[in-house]
Design a protein around this ligand. Structure first.
Ligand code: HAM
Length: 418
C-alpha cells in the first residue's frame, strides 16, 4: 500500500520551513506592533457556528465545508475561516469584560473543500486580525493599515487594495430588491446556480464566473448608489482615514465577499499577477455577527489573508525571505580519547544553548570536515590526539579557512562572543 497526501493539501518540507516561519513571524510582529494579541482556537467547531455566520446559502457552507459527526452524533466542522471561531471565543470567554476594545490576531490552518489549483488548497494557512468593540471608521482603516504594514515589511509592492461599502442591513435589503428587479427579466439566461442565487442572495450573482452571467451582471445596479446617509458617511470617513495614512486604494462597488456577515466596509487585497486566485487577503466590518451568535450587540472589523498566495507573490517579486538555519559549529573528533572529551564538550555546549552538530558515524578527518562544510556551520571544532594531550580545541573558521587553538574550557565563551 502506497500512501498519498490528500488532494488539495501539502507538506511544508524542511527546505521550505524557514520561509514559512519567517513570514509567520513577520505577521506576528506587525500585529503586535498594532496592539493585537494572539488567540488560538480549535481547528473544529460546532458546524452550526459556521452555518449561521457564513450564511446557509454561501459557497463555503453549501459546497466547501468539511462537516462530520463525532462518535456521539454531534455535527462538527473543520473551520473554513477564523472570524466566527474568534467571535465564539470572545463571547464564550467574556473578553469584552477586559476593556472596551478587544484586538486579536491568529494564525492557523483553515479547510475548504474547493477544486484545488495554483493558490487554492483544501487545507490552507491563514493569518487574521479582528478588532472587536468599535464602530469607529478609524478601525476599518487601522485593520487595512495592519495588512499594508505587513506587506511592506515583507517588501511586496505589487498588491492592490479595493474597497467597497455593503451598507447596513437596511440599505442591503433595498439593494437586494433592486438587484432582483434587475435580474428577474434575465432569469432564463442565467446559469443554474445563479437562478438559485436570485432566490437566496441575489448579490452573489455579481460574483459568478460564467461568461453569460458576467455579461448580464455588467449592467446591474451598484451598492454604493443605495447607501443611506449614515452608511455613506461611514464609507467617506474610512476613505479619508486611508488617505491620511497614505494608503492607496480603488473603490470597487462590485466587491462581493463570499461570507454573509459583512456590513459597511468590505475590501480585498489583490495581486493581479497571480491569475485566477488573485485575492491574497480580504475582510471588512461585521457589526451584526456578535449578536447573531449570542453575544451583546457589538460592532467589529477584521481581515484575513492566505500565506500560500503571499508566498507565491514573494516568489513572483523575486523576494527571498528565508534565513537558512546554520549551526554555529560542527564537532570533528579523531580517535577514541578525543571522542571521550569531545562528546562531553558537545553535551555542555548544547545544554548551554549553542547549536553544534556532530556525526559519530563519520570517522575520517576528511569525511567529517566535508560534513562540517555542508552543514554550513561557521566553525569546525577539531579535537585530535594532540588537542587531547594539550587540553585544547582547534577552531577552524570554515568560510575564512583560518584556524586557532583554545583551551577546551574557553570554547563556550568563544562561541558566545563570535
Ligand atoms: P476570505 O476572503 O474567505 O475571508 O479568506 C481570506 C483569504 O484567505 C483569501 O483572500 C485568500 O488569500 C485565503 N484563502 C481563502 N480560501 C483559500 C484556499 N482555498 N486556498 C488558499 N487560500 C485561501 C475570510 O476568511 C474572513 N474570515 C476574513 C475576515 C476576517 N473578515 C473579517 N475578519
Amino acid at each position: 500500500m502506497e500512501y498519498k497526501i490528500p488532494r488539495g493539501t501539502f507538506d511544508i518540507l524542511p527546505a521550505d520551513s524557514a520561509k514559512w516561519q519567517q513570514v509567520m513571524s513577520a505577521f506576528r510582529e506587525t500585529a503586535q506592533a498594532f496592539g493585537y494579541a494572539e488567540i488560538t482556537t480549535p481547528v473544529f467547531e460546532q458546524a452550526e457556528l459556521f452555518e449561521r455566520s457564513s450564511g446557509e446559502s454561501s459557497d463555503v457552507v453549501q459546497k466547501e465545508m468539511y462537516r462530520f459527526q463525532d462518535r456521539k452524533g454531534r455535527w462538527l466542522a473543520l473551520r473554513p475561516e477564523g472570524t466566527a471561531p474568534v467571535v465564539r471565543s470572545y463571547v464564550e470567554n467574556h473578553l469584552e469584560a477586559q476593556g472596551r476594545l478587544t484586538k486579536l490576531y491568529y494564525i492557523g490552518p483553515m479547510f475548504r473543500y474547493d477544486r484545488p489549483q495554483a493558490g487554492r488548497y483544501r487545507q490552507f494557512y491563514q493569518y487574521g486580525a479582528e478588532c472587536i468593540g468599535s464602530h469607529h471608521p478609524y478601525y476599518d482603516a487601522e485593520i487595512i493599515a495592519l495588512q499594508v504594514a505587513f506587506l511592506r515589511k515583507l517588501g511586496l509592492q505589487k498588491i492592490e487594495l479595493e474597497i467597497n461599502s455593503v451598507g447596513c442591513p437596511n440599505c442591503s435589503k433595498i439593494y437586494d430588491e433592486a438587484l432582483e428587479n434587475y435580474f428577474e427579466p434575465h432569469k432564463e439566461e442565467l446559469c443554474g446556480d445563479c437562478r438559485t442565487r436570485l432566490q437566496t442572495k441575489p448579490r452573489r450573482l455579481l460574483d459568478c464566473k460564467v461568461p453569460s452571467c458576467k455579461a448580464i451582471a455588467k449592467g446591474a445596479p451598484v451598492m454604493t448608489d443605495y447607501l443611506d446617509s449614515d452608511c455613506r458617511e461611514h464609507f467617506e470617513q474610512v476613505k479619508s482615514y486611508l488617505d491620511k495614512m497614505d494608503i492607496s486604494y480603488k473603490v470597487n462597488p462590485r466587491i462581493v465577499r463570499g461570507l454573509d456577515y459583512y456590513t459597511h466596509t468590505a475590501f480585498e487585497f489583490l495581486n493581479p499577477a497571480l491569475g485566477a486566485q488573485n485575492a491574497i487577503g480580504g475582510g471588512g466590518r461585521y457589526d451584526g455577527l456578535i449578536a447573531q451568535i449570542g453575544g451583546k450587540d457589538t460592532p467589529a472589523v477584521g481581515i484575513a489573508g492566505g500565506f500560500e498566495r503571499l508566498l507565491l507573490s514573494l516568489e513572483q517579486e523575486g523576494i527571498t525571505v528565508s534565513r537558512p538555519y546554520r549551526p554555529q559549529a560542527y564537532l570533528v573528533l579523531l580517535g577514541e580519547a578525543a571522542r571521550e572529551s569531545g562528546i562531553r564538550l558537545l553535551g555542555q555546549l548544547r545544554l548551554s544553548g549553542f547549536s553544534v552538530q556532530h556525526d559519530p558515524e563519520k570517522d575520517s578527518f576528511k569525511a567529517q570536515l566535508k560534513a562540517a562544510d555542508s552543514s554550513q556551520a561557521r566553525f569546525a571544532l577539531i579535537i585530535g590526539e594532540d588537542e587531547v594531550k594539550a587540553g585544547t580545541v582547534t577552531i577552524k573558521d570554515l568560510a575564512a579557512g583560518t584556524q586557532m587553538s583554545l583551551p577546551i574550557g574557553g570554547v563556550a565563551q568563544f562561541l558566545a562572543l563570535s
